[in-house]
Design a protein around this ligand. Sequence first.
Ligand SMILES: Nc1ncnc2c1ncn2[C@@H]1O[C@H](COP(=O)(O)OP(=O)(O)OP(=O)(O)O)[C@@H](O)[C@H]1O
Length: 238
Amino acid sequence: MAEDAAGAALEVRGLTAGYGSLAVIHDVSFSVGRGEIVGLLGRNGAGKTTTLMAIAGFLGRYGGEVRVDGTPLVGPAYRRSRGQVGIVLEGRSTFPSLTVRQNLQLAGAPVDEAVELFPELRTKLPLKAGVLSGGEQQMLALARTVGRHPTVLLIDELSFGLAPAVSERILERLRAVATALSAGVVLVEQHIHFAASFVDRALIMNEGLVRAEIPAAELAARESEIERLYLGGVDEAA
Ligand SMILES: Nc1ncnc2c1ncn2[C@@H]1O[C@H](COP(=O)(O)OP(=O)(O)OP(=O)(O)O)[C@@H](O)[C@H]1O
């Protein structure tokens, strides 16, 4: 379901970004259609989180362009786009000492929508977020971000540390949200098999570069090629 950039929720063109004066991702280009989930795969340190943070405007950008719904995000546009670009970073997206309800309210996320999305949260509303299970915390983090109805959702390692059944449940809801909001989703994932079930296509990153773009249906069959790409092998088939 590769999307023509013209109708894309998100377009990233030639993005080079990093920390201080150190560029960590180089010339990253891709687009995400409305309702589409694109996986960002690669081993530890490949530059996946850095890519999400650079798109969201949290990092210095040394080159390239990011467009949301066709509008370039530069300078103050990043501030204006806060509602349009939602980001869920691993372990950094809830306030543990506030209740679940307060967490939602602070994010501007309607409580009724959140519990409709994740009925598991209904009985947890008065509890402090810090006492929730890992899966419930991820649900809360996602509900907080989704509640602002973003055009683009950037999600880092949703399945990290969770039982497969819990991850599957959350990712099924993510698919429903992407469709309902007609949002474009970038989902960082390390595990090829897991990504194969939940993304429409995947970008394989290594050393800050996108080495290949692979449709979900081909991920399982091309696993050994992808593993070579994870390790920096030459991309022969993309
Ligand atoms: N704050 C920082 N300052 C300097 N370098 C950083 C910083 N954060 C990350 N890096 C470096 O940037 C590179 C890419 O890191 P990044 O977190 O984007 O990788 P990743 O693919 O998300 O890895 P993981 O799967 O382990 O989260 C790594 O070499 C990392 O050491």
